[in-house]
Design a protein around this ligand. Structure first.
Ligand SMILES: Nc1ncnc2c1ncn2[C@@H]1O[C@H](COP(=O)(O)OP(=O)(O)OP(=O)(O)O)[C@@H](O)[C@H]1O
Ligand SMILES: [Mg+2]
Length: 231
């Protein structure tokens, strides 16, 4: 493992670095999916996870409306501006909120994915990933630039997390690569069935009973843990 280590109660804990073949920062490693009905707290949880990162973070704000939520982020709206900012800040603890305020959302996303891949060593967060997936990209339902990050991002030390309300509208190629999921309340039967494949029938049935702001944290080792809740 390459990276920094902090000692907590004499037990070494990997905080940031290349761990088990994936770039890790804070609680994030590999691909993470955050799903659940509207207003359940997905973006807030994503902001919390990113705030615990000690290295670079880019948050792709598809709706361009989260500047009041993500305080202290550098707002960038063009890929060239992003590239210049990263040239000056690569290797540091940077926080970028990318807001594609004008022009084609898809072209912005493709350009940002290309820049993320070129610089590497960062966490790439995508809010409302469903807006960026679709049949226009063929069977993969992802643009080639994002497809590359999903499948080979670990080679350029990029880990990702993304939110969406419903799993069906996100490329299965993304969810299939997720090491972790944070699943907020949902009741739609097709959504529950979708997650059964990943988290099992028992945990999937718990999703329909969650209170607002609660979520199940699934990481593939045993039953999902109940987390969150009203502050
Ligand atoms: N644990 C919490 N306790 C109390 N309020 C919360 C909690 N988490 C989020 N909120 C508040 O709930 C509202 C919705 O949160 P958030 O925007 O994160 O939801 P969302 O699931 O991303 O919604 P959308 O699907 O519309 O994107 C916000 O006003 C936020 O401040
Ligand atoms: Mg949201």
């Amino acid at each position: 493992m390459i990276g920094t280590r902090h000692t907590i109660w004499k037990r070494p804990v990997a905080r940031r670095g290349f761990v088990d073949g994936e770039y890790q920062d804070g609680e994030l490693r590999g691909c993470t999916f955050i799903a659940g009905k509207r207003g359940m707290g997905k973006t807030t949880e994503m902001g919390r996870l990113l705030s615990a990162c000690s290295g670079g973070v880019i948050f792709f704000d598809a709706l361009s409306r989260h500047d009041s939520v993500l305080k202290g982020y550098k707002i960038v709206s063009q890929p060239g501006e992003l590239e210049n900012y990263l040239r000056a800040n690569a290797g540091r603890r940077f926080r970028v909120l990318y807001q594609p305020r004008s022009g084609s959302l898809e072209q912005h996303f493709q350009a940002v994915c290309t820049v993320v891949r070129a610089f590497g060593w960062m966490i790439f967060g995508i809010d409302e990933l469903d807006m960026l997936c679709g049949p226009q990209w063929g069977d993969s339902r992802m643009c080639p630039e994002f497809y590359h990050l999903v499948n080979y991002g670990r080679h350029c030390r990029v880990s990702m997390l993304a939110t969406a309300r419903r799993p069906m509208s996100v490329a299965r190629g993304f969810t299939s690569q997720c090491l972790e999921m944070r699943l907020f309340g949902m009741t739609e039967r097709t959504d529950l069935r979708y997650f059964e494949d990943y988290i099992g029938k028992d945990d999937a049935s718990r999703l329909a009973t969650l209170d607002k702001y609660q979520f199940l944290h699934w990481s593939g080792d045993g039953p999902a843990k109940l987390c969150g809740g009203r502050r």
